[in-house]
Design a protein around this ligand. Structure first.
Ligand code: G3I
Length: 347
C-alpha cells in the first residue's frame, strides 16, 4: 500500500517536471484577445452539444477572451433542424446559440445547405426543380429567421461544399435537380430572413491557389454580377501536418480583392499517430503559417478551429490512424500548436 502510494506521488512529480521542461501547458495567453489586438473580429472554435457536460472543457470554451466566437459543429445542420418536411426542431441549436449569448461570443450559423447530414426526405427525395427550390428557400429562410438577431452584431451563415476539387459543381440532390439555381435561392432566402447576417460560401481545398479556388472566385463574380448576396468566403482549412498548400496569404488576398471578406472557418492540422515531438513541432510551424497568412490580410476577419481539443476532434473517427489535429491535447493541455497560433499573430 505504502509502496504504491509513493509510486503514485513519484509519477506525479516526474510528470510535473517533464511538462515544465517541454512547453508551458497553460500559458495564460488568450487567443481571442490576441486576435482582436491584431485587428481581427474573433478567434473562435466549433463545439458540440454532447461536449458541454465536460466542465474542464467548458471552462476553456466559455472564456470569451480565449474564444470570441463559436460554431455549432452539428446541431444547426439540416438533419438536426428539419428532420421531416416543414417540421423544425431547434432545441440543440438553441443550446449553442444561448451559450454564445451568455458568454458574449459571436455565433456562426452552420449551415443552410450542405450535401451531408441531410435527412432522408431531402437526400432521397424526388422533387421537381420548383419544389426543391421551394424546399431550400423554406429551410434557409426558417433556419436563419429563427436565429435572427440572437447574437450581436450578426450571425454568419454558410452554405457548404458545393464544388468538387477540380472546380466543377458537386453532383448532389441540389445540383442534379436545380443546376446552380439552389445557390442563389439559398443566399436570397437567408438575406431576406436576416438582412444583418453575413452570408458565406464555405469549402475545403480552396485555401491555396488552384482550380477549386479559381472556381470559387468565379462564383463570387457571378453571384455579385447577378445581385445575389454573398459577403464572404469560408476557407475550412482541414490540413495535414507538413502538407500545407503554398501561397495561402496571396489566395486570401485574391478573394478580398473581389469585394468579399474571408474567414478561416474549420482549422485543424492532422497527423499520422503517434504524435511525435517532431510532428508536434512541424504542426506548430503549420498553425503559425495559417494564422500569419490570415493576420497579414486585412479582409481576413477571423479564425475558427474545428474544436480546440483532440478529445473532441472529428479526425480520428473519419481518418483511421490519424488525429492530434487540435491546439489542445486530449487532456486539455495547450500543445506546441497553441504557441504556433500565438506566434502567427505576431504576439
Ligand atoms: O448523432 C449520432 C448519434 O446518435 C450516434 O450514436 C453516433 C454513432 O456514430 O453518430 C452520431 O452522429 C455523428 C455526428 O457527427 C454527431 O456526433 C455522425 O456519425 C458523424 O458522422 C458526424 O460527424 C460530423 C461530420 O461533420 C459529418 O460529416 C462531425 O462531428 C463534424 O465535426 C463534421 O464537420 C464537418 C463540417 O460540418 C463541414 N466541413 C467538414 C467538417 C468535417 O467533416
Amino acid at each position: 500500500m505504502m509502496l504504491s502510494t509513493h509510486f503514485a506521488v513519484l509519477c506525479s512529480l516526474v510528470s510535473l517536471v517533464a511538462s515544465a521542461a517541454v512547453e508551458p501547458r497553460a500559458s495564460g495567453l488568450k487567443l481571442h484577445t490576441i486576435a482582436t489586438q491584431k485587428g481581427k473580429l474573433y478567434f473562435g472554435t466549433a463545439t458540440d452539444n454532447p461536449e458541454l457536460t465536460n466542465t474542464a472543457y467548458t471552462a476553456i470554451l466559455n472564456d470569451k477572451t480565449m474564444f470570441g466566437q463559436i460554431t455549432a459543429g452539428n446541431s444547426m445542420k439540416w438533419d438536426a433542424t428539419e428532420p421531416s418536411r416543414g417540421v423544425f426542431t431547434f432545441t440543440n441549436g438553441d443550446v449553442i446559440a444561448n451559450l454564445a449569448k451568455k458568454n458574449g461570443q459571436l455565433l456562426r450559423g452552420h449551415n443552410c445547405v450542405w450535401h451531408q447530414q441531410l435527412p432522408s426526405w431531402v437526400a432521397s427525395g424526388t422533387f421537381t426543380k420548383a419544389d426543391l427550390l421551394s424546399v431550400v428557400q423554406n429551410h434557409c429562410g426558417t433556419l436563419v429567421g429563427h436565429y435572427k438577431g440572437q447574437v450581436s452584431p450578426s450571425l454568419t451563415w454558410s452554405s457548404s461544399e458545393i464544388m468538387n476539387d477540380d472546380g466543377t459543381l458537386r453532383q448532389d440532390v441540389f445540383s442534379k435537380t436545380t443546376g446552380t439555381d439552389f445557390i442563389a435561392t439559398a443566399f436570397r432566402a437567408a438575406r431576406a430572413a436576416d438582412p444583418n447576417a453575413k452570408l458565406y460560401a464555405n469549402d475545403f481545398n480552396i485555401e491555396g491557389p488552384g482550380a477549386k479556388s479559381t472556381a470559387y472566385q468565379n462564383l463570387v463574380k457571378t453571384l455579385k454580377s447577378e445581385g445575389v448576396p454573398i459577403d464572404g468566403i469560408g476557407m475550412q482549412a482541414h490540413f495535414i501536418v507538413g502538407a500545407l498548400p503554398a501561397n495561402i496569404q496571396q489566395n486570401i488576398q485574391a478573394f478580398v480583392n473581389l469585394g468579399v471578406e474571408v474567414a478561416i472557418t474549420e482549422l485543424d492540422i492532422r497527423m499520422t499517430l503517434p504524435a511525435t515531438s517532431a510532428l508536434l513541432a512541424q504542426q506548430q510551424k503549420d498553425y503559425q503559417t495559417v494564422i500569419a497568412a490570415c493576420n497579414a490580410v486585412k479582409g481576413c476577419v477571423g479564425v475558427t478551429v474545428w474544436d480546440f481539443t483532440d478529445k473532441f476532434s472529428w479526425v480520428p473517427g473519419t481518418f483511421a490512424g490519424q488525429g492530434a489535429a487540435c491546439p489542445w491535447d486530449e487532456n486539455l493541455q495547450e500543445k506546441p500548436a497553441f504557441t504556433g497560433i500565438v506566434n502567427g499573430f505576431g504576439a
